[in-house]
Ligand binder design. Structure first.
Ligand code: SF4
Length: 247
């Protein structure tokens, strides 16, 4: 079930976007390899089916690991000519696992990548249906929406643990809402704009890596004026943030 944001929440979500964009600038998601074995780099997003497939592969590889580790695995697959659904699907699991070792959970990810490759072979050139992606092993809503948004520019906002942490601290959500409920808050606030969804998710990741970490570094935070977070380690302070402020 999705949730429609009230006007105040929608205004806050839009304001956070403007402030984060002003602070960090454009993030350049999603990078892809331009040459076999090269490092993924951002040059305007995926342009063709091969590059869209690479984005989908990267979305699986970055599960439970950093992008740095996933990118090394993407480069290895690229060097082996496996950013190709037919070649990947017909390779052995052991061979794929060896190539994606740097991303962790490599046996599991090798199996998932071969399933994904078969799916790409079956579905042809068009964008996939989100619902059918979700039926594949190991593709949850976050990975499915990453593929829909970053490979096909389809308007699905990506919600991850960083989104939940940041917007819980801002008092927008409690943090225990369903994935689709949180996604609905963002999509309802921002309109159907894949360009903004693309940038916003990347900015949330940046904010949570630089400032809003598990133990946040609030001094100098670009959105501190909007934030209701109270450090639970300080005696006498409430654990839960009040409703959002600053608007
Ligand atoms: S003020 Fe602190 S808790 Fe609030 S968003 Fe910034 S870093 Fe996170």
């Amino acid at each position: 079930m999705t949730e429609t944001p009230d006007r105040r929440t929608a205004a806050l979500i839009r304001k956070v976007y403007r402030l984060l964009l002003s602070e960090y600038g454009r993030q350049g998601w999603w990078p892809v390899t331009r040459t076999a074995g090269g490092e993924p780099e951002y040059l305007g997003g995926p342009r063709d089916r091969r590059e869209r497939f690479e984005v989908a592969v990267g979305a699986v590889l970055t599960q439970n690991t950093s992008w740095k580790n996933a990118a090394r695995a993407v480069s290895s697959l690229s060097a082996a000519g496996m950013i190709d659904p037919a070649k990947l699907a017909s390779s052995s699991s052991d061979e794929v696992a060896r190539l994606v070792r740097s991303s962790g959970y490599y046996n599991q990810k090798a199996r998932r990548l071969r399933i994904l490759a078969r799916y790409f072979l079956e579905t042809g050139d068009g964008p996939p249906e989100r619902r059918s992606l979700l039926e594949l092993e190991g593709i949850g809503p976050e990975t499915a929406d990453s593929i829909m948004l970053y490979a096909w520019s389809s308007p699905f906002f990506v919600v991850d643990s960083y989104t939940k942490r940041l917007f819980s601290r801002l008092g927008v959500i409690r943090g225990n809402e369903s994935y689709d409920c949180i996604r609905g808050l963002f999509e309802g606030s921002l309109g159907k704009s894949p360009e903004i969804y693309n940038e916003y998710h990347a900015l949330v990741v940046e904010q949570c890596k630089r400032r809003c970490m598990r133990v946040p570094a609030c001094d100098g935070c670009p959105i501190s004026a909007l934030c209701a977070y109270e450090d639970p380690r300080e005696e006498g302070k409430a654990r839960s943030p009040a409703r959002h402020k600053g608007l």
